[in-house]
Ligand binder design. Structure first.
Ligand code: TRP
Length: 337
């Protein structure tokens, strides 16, 4: 059942709790794949998190548990998915070092994902070397497990492209070893922030967390921009660019009613509060079971760490096998029997 072509791997950077953007961008997709019976690796990418949080080890450390809780609360099942911590699989770091020789600095600087992030984080020329090369480390995350199906958000596509370039170079130089990888995008890959300005991102503070309370959800929805020209209920309103409707497009299960509401809003006579209340209710209903499961799980952090430890042990077995194979191909298996 776990033929090589079916191995799925994905991960999160532990830099904070997960939010609705993660949910529609990747978690939903993961849960579907988990049920399809492929070998599934889920990695908490603490090494990657440290590439731009080197000075914040406490945050990364605390977020490992938060992110594990978020995933488990959403339905990640450790009997079906191997959940592990990146830094505890040193073979990934080893493979990263070998891959670094197959990639140029200029190519990394031109990677659109990295380029955008360097700009967003204001690194300029002072970008940490580890951050610049995280796509190489991510290629190693994936290829250490011979994974080929990679559920990611849209922003990660250039990173996976770079993985495929590494696959091609490695195979050409050392002989066929790795398969090319395929991104698996969710139906909704990008959720705008509650401010409507950018994607949902914890660094901007425009997020709704999977652990948010009903009150927090309501407050955040009430703050959302609608149409600045929709001043009186009777005014005709704009649906396009209206944050509340953008969210309803993603989360409202009743498409017919939503279409009617849009018509009504455009015509005039439908107040912002009504659509906001509708959205807050839908989001809360989505989050309630996640929040409740999360609260229960959070009472026993030791149990969560045990799950991660067992998963990491399991992941390491695969990683060691891959590294043996890689070193043989690279002719650096000096003491092999
Ligand atoms: N860079 C990914 C993100 O920010 C997280 C990640 C790390 C990842 N390693 C991975 C995703 C390997 C897929 C596969 O979302």
């Amino acid at each position: 059942m776990t033929g090589k072509e079916n191995i799925v791997l994905t991960g999160d950077r532990p830099t904070g709790r997960l939010h609705l953007g993660h949910y529609v961008g990747s978690i939903q997709n993961r849960l579907k794949l988990q049920e399809e019976g492929s070998a599934f690796f889920y990695m908490i990418a603490d090494v990657q998190a440290l590439t731009d949080n080197a000075h914040n080890p406490e945050k990364v450390r605390a977020s490992v548990l938060e992110v594990a809780l978020d995933n488990l609360a959403c339905g990640t099942d450790p009997t079906k998915t191997t959940m592990f911590i990146q830094s505890e699989v040193p073979e990934i770091a080893e493979l990263t070092i070998f891959f670094l020789n197959l990639v140029t600095v200029s190519r990394l600087k031109q990677n659109p994902t990295v380029k955008t992030e360097i700009k967003q984080k204001g690194f300029g020329e002072s970008v940490p070397a580890g951050f610049l090369m995280y796509p190489v480390s991510q290629a190693a995350d994936i290829l250490t497990f011979h994974a080929t199906q990679i559920p990611v958000g849209e922003d990660q596509l250039p990173v996976l492209e770079q993985t495929n370039e590494i696959v091609d170079s490695f195979n050409r130089i050392y002989g066929k070893t790795f398969e090319r990888v395929k991104p698996l995008l969710s139906a909704h890959t990008r959720l705008i922030g509650t401010d409507g300005k950018a994607k949902m991102s914890k660094s901007i503070g425009n997020t709704i967390y999977l652990a948010d309370t009903q009150k927090e959800i309501e407050q955040k929805v009430m703050m959302m921009y609608t149409d600045p020209n929709h001043i009186h209920v009777s005014d005709p309103g704009e649906v396009k660019g209206n944050v509340v409707f953008s969210y309803l497009d993603v989360f409202d299960p009743n498409h017919e009613e939503l279409a009617e509401l849009k018509k009504h809003y455009k015509k005039g006579g439908l107040g912002d509060v009504i659509i906001k209340k509708r959205l807050a209710k839908i989001l809360n209903e989505l989050i309630v079971p996640i929040r409740e499961r999360r609260e229960v799980l959070a009472r026993d952090p030791k149990k969560i760490m045990d799950i991660l430890e067992a998963g990491t042990k399991e992941a390491r077995k695969t990683a060691q096998k891959t590294l043996e194979e890689v070193k043989t191909k690279m002719k650096i298996n000096y003491f092999a029997q």
